[in-house]
Unconditional design. Structure first.
Lengths: 367, 367, 367, 367
């Protein structure tokens, strides 16, 4: 499968460079009959958009989605759904001076080594601009999962550099530009970000994403494991350096008696596993976490080389988020939704639909 | 692609249950002309084998590999290589009493929810027995990577519960049953494990795996990223709950000036990225780390339910490792080798062989 | 996907050379709960077997199938089903003298050009021996299609060189070694084959294969069309040089008024299309036909070259069918069954199970 | 892989309905550095276009290709190439009255059975409009094959209903609107088509397509055979009902001494095989042929049913070719080019580039 496609049965193929004419995607395998309008993409695209607050980069993107195919009279027809967004605010001149050098921490050098040619404008294909289409495709997956199976996918910012939430409230998450689950900390985060921006530096972050209502039985053994695919999906997001399922790295120092999730007739007694055993959903909440590195686009000078291998100093003068993790939350949600959607289709291919699986254990949310 | 297959061009399909007649794999896409004998599998299979020391489970497996196809007069022919290992030491009676109940922390319940039927003997398909074939396939990948490109893949145990290495020496790793990089700590580890076994409990671990000599340019953009595929590969190993590339979760609290790897005419000045930028290798060492949970097979009783949903108590009486992470090192190496082998073939499909890419930056290990 | 695998969701991977230790296959994606025993493979394997009559080659193969995995207490578990057949009657000496030359009409030369190495014993991987595993996998597909949806796949020999059937009777097909649908012609065919064998030459053939009961709606648009996949499946059988769906090449000289299948409330009025429109089943009988070339293994001498490029004369002295098309019937059935099984799973993945599609047109066999 | 994608390494995903806003494709896996401009698509798109002569339908399509991504400063960058064509001449009113009924011989009924919903405007996704993007993608494949390996793909109309060529001249093919290889027959064909159009009926056709310069060794064994993939590729073209490789169905009545292609130090002595043995190219010309049915869109009335299952009469009043085979020639060329391009990349992935394969037999065009 091509490396710009994601999913086996709900297959999303994205295309487009940061400063090319357009970005877009083709979604193949969507069940027919799902109602969808261009307006439905707006909410999640705005959640992801740069320019949403003064804490994310100043580039303003209209991000108006055009549906080119696969939808007739407002419903999906089962044929490929193509979505297109024109790039309207590219400011190529911002990037002209870095075409001949490799920005540290960016894909400039590795792309050039791979292909011998690269589009230097705004990072080209390696720009996070591409994730816009993941979010758009995720809107469709989220809607179908919710309507068909009652599955809900949600994420939040779980750490901003040294800051961790003091309380947790889902309602708070959507009411601040950080997707932060503790409302009273928001002023603190704003101060932190203001100081960071002044310093010219950037900071890492952690995003958590969970799915409620996932039927027990979704996921596949061995190499198509639900956790394996989540790991690939989240690690494929720009700047992500680590992925955890359930307790993640905390499990390194746990005892077996502490980690194993015991069961009772009323259901599981804990969820250290993150809702997945042997790669297959248990019916509990599916939980994942990911680490994002600090952006490497800084106003502080750094050493690098140019395409001739000579030493040069690089300074980023364009618009850039000092914490790329802030707007990664909707992207993480989208990737989890894409994984679940694909697994849902694969499950009913082999095992029939949910209603066909055997009765579940009393007290658990079974198949 | 089927969920029991791994890799797009160097495709490994495994089959077999823990206590069925045999386990095996089919490797498709291997370049022709590679010398390979049944004896070459022995070293890594022994490194992975249970029964290797008193710190891993007592089951003794002969693990004699039979080459069924794809090799003629000692060389690969380009056709599928099938490898077979008969299961000779199954002791099914150990497991007979747990066929009707779900072991906490195991895949019993999720498999049963998915398929409505399961092979309960030794965990069936979800047993780590399957990883034997990953190691076998990895032997071929490792050999080809070494011969063709000089790539070397190595791993070690980086944490055993609370214990971390006090020193690092590659030579030490292969000289103790823990794959531990600090020789003087081995007695300490043995004491720790003896006490743990007596307690009936188990412990988590961390394994690191690295690749030296990976040419800059291997890896693919967006969804076929080298780090994304490593994440999937490592997370697909039994008991793994977290994966890191480069600095991993440490990046959450790093500043951009700290994390970004600056470059000079002599090469990169650091390697926080783990040798991968934008999903593509930079020519530096590729580094990954994974967290393994403590095994859930304990002699200490736990609560669970049976297939009728009634509460029962479960105790594991069979042979089990109190730390499954100990023998995960060769499995992690195998998975990294399979990912790199596949990426190597994909790279030369699209971009031609290494020699065709442009000259590299002076001082770096380029394409 | 590897070139030795067939099917996206019901994936069959075969391995093995004609004169290696064994041939086998791994079937991934089979729905759980299907009853299957080793004995069930026997009937179709005997139909395919060489040595079945004096009109097919004298090699006797036991073809005893061992089930290595994926079946527990007589039922499929949803995990990969591995099947193994040991090669017991290899007579490698028959082939020793042709290791250094290329047999005309065989894959010797093209394999050698591709891989630079080949297993010359009995054609190695390119031998029709490989089709044994297609037939074995087809047994499982046929059974599931019949049990789950009432689909029946059947084939027959439709032409033997110049001879065509004078009458058609399904009951006759299984009662003669030619799979010939007209019982009274069987003595004529035997005489034809006896004379052919004496002459040392060989002859081509045509095999037809049909499926009854295929639900309207199976098949996918554009590149996953049911007819496109049937064409690939049948063309992939050794010696096949042409494939037709429905009227096939006769359509070249047909008028539109003659070819288009009109519809009435009682259903379609004809079936020139072969049960497929736009790549998707109409609910009518699915019909396909394939042309098989005469085998190139002849006792009559032919010109060729050796690996040094020098001219040599080649004579085949081993066991060979003078008409390979005779035993292609069960292979064609197996390939059609594999295509339909895969399409069935793909259809219910995207569109839900048959019961979920809209009511069909009165008088047709609808979804 | 999604059913709207073609090729494993050079992957073309098409989207769009006949009367939707646009059609397009995404090409993933193209080698970097290939020069390409929007103008280069024009020639083949005009060859395919309706409205090219009075013998094809009157719809005029601008078919201006916009390159949305994957090309920087006129060269491919290795990232996905998205191509877009706006639909500008849709005339939806032509089709409004057939939304409630099923046109005989069209995919209306099967799509409706599959999805329970369909876009009735101009056949929606099942329209031959989709093939425009195959031709566009084929332009890139043809150019790369020609530049990199000297491979040339060409096709011609080999039969128009009852008429067959009296002579063969490649130069003639591109100088008449039929792609007919015998110039003196063109007036005869024009008279035939004029009479056919007056009658309101349509006619079938045969198209041949060949590739010169294909290196020996391209193609893969068993299920990825070059002939198997050509069969799928050609059968996936709208209206195709049969595919032949080499001698095709003529092989049914051939003797082995007649069919097998003998070899000499100067090369093969004949090419009944069509340049493929065991699924792998021999270095000879690769030859294929396909049968196209007469279009079912006729001015002559036909019986059908509406969505309520009631009998109705259907007449097609819109623009339609009386012989869809006429403009199938560039489509067949494109599909052959896509197959060869994909096989070329797969070959160099496993076996290295052409220069690495062993020396060829004297007198043949070897690897």
């Amino acid at each position: 499968m091509s490396s710009n496609s994601f999913g086996q049965l709900f297959t999303v193929t994205t295309f487009g460079e940061s400063h090319g004419p357009a970005i877009g995607c083709v979604i193949d395998g969507c069940p027919p009959g799902l109602a969808i309008t261009p307006e439905e993409f707006r909410h999640d695209l705005e959640r992801r958009a740069t320019g949403k607050s003064r804490h994310t980069s100043a580039r303003r993107e209209a991000d108006e989605v055009e549906i080119l195919s696969g939808v007739y009279e407002g419903r999906t027809t089962g044929t490929p759904i193509a979505l297109l967004i024109r790039n309207t605010d590219q400011r190529s001149k911002d990037y002209a001076n870095i075409a001949q050098q490799f920005r540290p921490g960016h894909a400039d050098y590795s792309y050039w080594q791979k292909y011998g040619i690269r589009d230097p404008r705004g990072g080209g294909r390696s720009s996070a601009r591409e994730t816009t289409m993941r979010v758009a495709a995720g809107v469709i997956a989220k809607k179908w999962l919710q309507q068909r199976y009652g599955v809900q996918v949600r994420g939040y910012l779980a750490q901003l550099g040294p800051v961790t939430p003091r309380a947790f409230d889902w309602d708070a998450v959507e009411q601040n530009p950080f997707f932060w689950p503790c409302a009273e900390q928001v002023p603190e985060l704003e101060s932190y970000m203001d100081a960071l921006r002044k310093s010219g530096d950037s900071i890492g972050a952690r995003v958590n994403v969970v799915a409620d209502g996932v039927p027990a039985g979704w996921g596949e053994p061995i190499y198509g494991k639900l956790d394996g695919e989540l790991a690939a999906a989240l690690m494929s997001i720009n700047a992500v350096k680590g992925v955890e399922i359930g307790d993640g790295f905390a499990a390194v120092t746990q005892k077996g008696t502490e980690h194993r999730d015991e069961m009772s007739p009323q259901g599981f007694l804990s969820n250290h596993a993150g809702g997945i055993l042997g790669g297959i959903a248990t019916g509990q909440q599916v939980t994942a976490s990911m680490a994002l590195k600090p952006t490497s686009s800084l106003r502080l000078p750094g050493q690098t080389v140019n395409v001739e291998g000579q030493p040069v100093e690089v300074i980023t003068t364009g618009r850039h988020d000092p914490c790329v993790g802030i707007r990664a939350t909707p992207i993480a949600e989208a990737m989890m939704a894409l994984v679940l959607m694909d697994q849902a289709l694969r499950h009913r291919a082999q095992c029939g639909d949910v209603g066909e699986v055997p009765p579940h254990v009393p007290g658990t949310r079974g198949g």
